[in-house]
Design a protein. Structure first.
Length: 315
């Protein structure tokens, strides 16, 4: 299994591209909610220009936020996991990620993604007619995401508006009014063309399942050095073993036990890079009882032996 297909949970700081500060990260809390403020109460909007390949292990890991997110792929190819969807975006395509949807981005090479994150309240006050009639229907619909491709006319228009928003952020002059004007135009195009529904119970079920997933991921993070079992995960969220298997299959695309193994490998990789511990000590500290098994799994995932990985990271 390639390292780029593995799902790990570790908090990272969301940062703009900085070639002198390698491995930026996304900082999250115990539920995977991103801990950074995107703008402030007066202007809850933030623009980021990022290269996924510059992030630790070449991915922006699992996180969610109450804000809306729009991403454009300027360069490269990006594998996106969002809600219960997984797909690949190429240069010239984009995506809208709805509020509270857990997601992550992975690239096997340099992938530049200008993106914006902002609160729905930036478009209209929460109790206003504009919000209730035009904003809320998309927020509360079953549309976790919306892909934008230049092959579809209205989606091509959304991509053009997005790029206009990005261009404004590079201007030294104040651009808040123009930015909001463009975002309202973008939202209008989406509202007029997206398939929305009154998701009701289905939407609530998805949010509840994602919350349970976040609890289980945190449980794994807290107990990965021990023998994490399906029974323990099931008790952590008061569900049956079959239910948690379904949740992992739906949102994470691998089994809970595979996730535990790969999370342990991620922790082991960090120890190899930052400590002088022997390979057997690293294996033990990461939760592996058998050093030989650890070495086999490590090479399977990272395509390097533990010692080769240590040397490559320090080089």
């Amino acid at each position: 299994m390639s390292i780029y297909s593995i799902l790990f949970l570790e908090g990272c700081v969301k940062a703009q591209i900085n070639m002198h500060n390698s491995y930026p990260r996304i900082l999250t809390d115990e539920t995977s909610r991103e801990n950074v403020s995107h703008g402030d109460e007066k202007y809850p909007f933030m623009f980021y220009l990022e290269d996924i390949y510059q992030f630790d292990f070449h991915y922006i890991d699992w996180h969610w936020h109450p804000e809306l997110e729009f991403v454009y792929v300027e360069k490269g190819t990006v594998t996106v996991s969002a809600g219960n969807h997984q797909f690949t975006l190429t240069a010239g395509e984009g995506i809208f990620i709805n509020s509270q949807i857990i997601h992550r981005f992975v690239s096997a090479e340099s992938a530049v993604i200008p993106n914006i994150v902002f609160s729905p309240s930036l478009l209209a006050p929460k109790e206003s007619l504009i919000y209730l009639k035009y904003i809320k229907p998309i927020l509360s619909s079953s549309a976790d995401i919306q892909i934008f491709t230049p092959d579809v006319r209205w989606q091509k228009e959304c991509l053009a508006i997005l790029n206009s928003v990005f261009k404004l952020q590079n201007d030294d002059r104040p651009c808040e009014i123009q930015t909001v004007q463009l975002l309202l135009k973008l939202w209008q195009v989406m509202y007029e063309n997206m398939e929305t529904d009154n998701a009701g119970q289905n939407r609530r079920t998805d949010i509840r399942d994602q919350a349970r997933l976040q609890i289980m991921l945190q449980y794994i993070q807290d107990h990965y050095q021990k023998n994490v079992t399906l029974e323990e995960l099931a008790r952590a969220v008061s569900l049956s073993k079959s239910s948690i298997l379904n949740i992992f299959s739906k949102y994470v695309f691998i089994s809970p036990i595979d996730y535990v193994i790969h999370y342990r490998l991620k922790r082991a990789a960090g120890l190899l890079e930052t400590t002088e511990k022997t390979v057997s000590a690293v294996a033990r500290d990461a939760g592996f009882e058998n050093t030989g098994y650890f070495c086999r799994k490590f090479k399977e995932v990272f395509s390097l032996t533990p010692n080769q990985y240590r040397k490559s990271r320090r080089a």
